[in-house]
Design a protein around this ligand. Structure first.
Ligand SMILES: Cc1cc2nc3c(=O)[nH]c(=O)nc-3n(C[C@H](O)[C@H](O)[C@H](O)COP(=O)(O)OP(=O)(O)OC[C@H]3O[C@@H](n4cnc5c(N)ncnc54)[C@H](O)[C@@H]3O)c2cc1C
Length: 399
């Protein structure tokens, strides 16, 4: 038994996968996982879908844990407040200080909030199971709900709230929903699919005030329109949970900058970062390191980070191979299944290659030099498999 200790801060999917990978790569020392939520790691994607619709609990959503991590020490319900890299310590909100030999940063992101004047009772965000349960309690049939933001989470909540019987208004500055990854045409087609189910979009608009005394009773849009509502969901993007890392000279300009082994750049101390918070280089995006907030990235980065840290804990060099993971996401809205591989967001141009925008379809996305950089399909999960294979082959060749 190795007498070293690895501390993982952030008890989410990335933290769990890093622990499993440490064990799979031969680390036999102590692993301590610190989390600010009271719960062991659980699956977040259902929070805007099934968990919101039918109130699934932690037992339904908790990740199955491998036997190899059965001996992990859990410190839950305690946020980490500070990191001291020189002394290799993490401080917790309750004053406890934990020493480490190696560290995994896995604290993810939180919803961004707009500085909108007015009361905040009735204002919701969606990141945790607690958030999902609170929002579910607030949604009532035939009553208005206003969602600010028309990205994936905003649109998924719009679909689920409609299925729960609410009258849904989506307010967004964008000209079409989900336009960033999808582009204008597929975004417009998703808007039409939502509209056909009763969702009302207020596009090119933002909310300029929440009205009411203690509790929100209506919102005013920037064109003066007033929408009566007692429930508002802000889903306008995220900020990274990096504050506890301040003062250590790390690059925290957009998450935590790591190298291709997930090792944090700017320190000799063995520290890696995983999941939504890690800004990493990748074979598919050679131009600059990226943060990718997709469900498969905590697993991919967690696997790599665990291998890196296990090597460092054993005084060995991490494997030098490039990081060659394929970004992938899915989204379920009403009975439409969206699936994507690669990086369609930021493409130079796109073309529809199968079906049409009103039904099942596949859209290919290209870089300016004509290279396929991503694909999105609606209700074409099986048909997209050859694209997945093609990307995987490309990754294997270039890594
Ligand atoms: C509502 C919702 C729906 C989603 N749907 C999809 C989907 O359909 N498809 C898809 O591909 N992806 C989806 N995602 C994204 C996916 O769930 C995330 O990419 C994934 O959960 C990221 O894992 P992570 O481990 O990096 O971060 P997280 O799972 O967020 O874990 C980080 C943990 O660290 C904790 N933490 C933060 N600060 C501290 C601190 N200072 N001290 C201790 N602990 C701290 C956080 O509370 C959290 O528990 C969805 C996400 C949400 C929220």
């Amino acid at each position: 038994m190795n007498d070293k200790r690895v501390v993982i801060v952030g008890a989410g999917l990335g933290g769990l996968r890093a622990a499993e990978s440490l064990r799979a790569n031969g680390f036999t020392g102590t692993i301590t996982i610190v989390g600010d939520e009271q719960l062991q790691p659980y699956n977040r994607p259902p929070l805007s879908k099934d968990a919101l619709k039918s109130g699934l609990g932690h037992d339904d959503l908790k990740f199955r844990q491998r036997d190899s991590v059965a001996d992990v020490e859990w410190v839950l319900g305690e946020p980490a407040t500070a990191l001291d890299l020189d002394h290799r310590t993490v401080s917790l909100a309750d004053g406890k200080v934990i020493n480490f030999d190696g560290l995994v940063i896995a604290t993810g992101i939180r919803p961004r909030l707009l500085p909108i004047p007015g009361p905040t009772q009735g204002l919701f965000t969606l990141r945790t199971l607690k958030d999902a349960h609170a929002l579910k309690e607030a949604i009532h049939p035939n009553e208005n709900i206003v969602i600010i933001g028309s990205g994936f989470i905003g649109c998924e909540v719009a679909a689920t709230a409609t299925l729960l019987g609410a009258k849904v208004h989506v307010v967004s500055l964008d000209p079409e929903p989900m336009i960033m990854p999808m582009g204008k045409d597929l975004g417009a087609s998703m808007r039409q699919r939502h509209e056909s189910k009763g969702v009302v979009f207020h596009l090119g608009r933002t909310v300029s005030s929440f009205n009411g005394t203690d509790h929100i009773t209506s919102v005013t849009l920037d064109n003066g329109e007033v929408i009566p509502t007692t429930v508002v969901v802000e889903a306008i993007g995220s900020v990274t949970n990096v504050e506890w890392l301040d003062g250590n000279g790390l690059d925290l300009s957009n998450g935590v900058l790591v190298d291709h082994t997930m090792r944090v750049v700017g320190t000799d101390v063995p520290v890696v970062a995983v999941g939504d918070i890690a800004r990493h280089p990748g074979v598919l995006y050679p131009e600059a390191p990226r943060r990718i907030e997709h469900w498969n990235m905590p697993t991919e980065t967690g696997k790599r980070a665990g291998a890196t840290l296990a090597a460092l804990m054993n005084d060995q060099e991490p494997a030098p191979d490039s990081f060659a993971a394929l970004p992938a996401f899915w989204s379920d809205q009403f009975d439409f299944q969206v699936q994507s591989y690669g990086l369609p967001g930021g493409a130079d141009h796109y073309k529809i290659v199968s079906g049409d925008y009103s039904g099942p379809c596949i859209v290919e996305y290209f870089d300016s030099d004509g290279t396929l950089c991503g694909v999105i399909g609606i209700d074409t999960v099986k048909e997209l498999m050859p694209y997945r294979k093609q990307f995987m082959e490309r990754l294997a060749q270039s890594s």
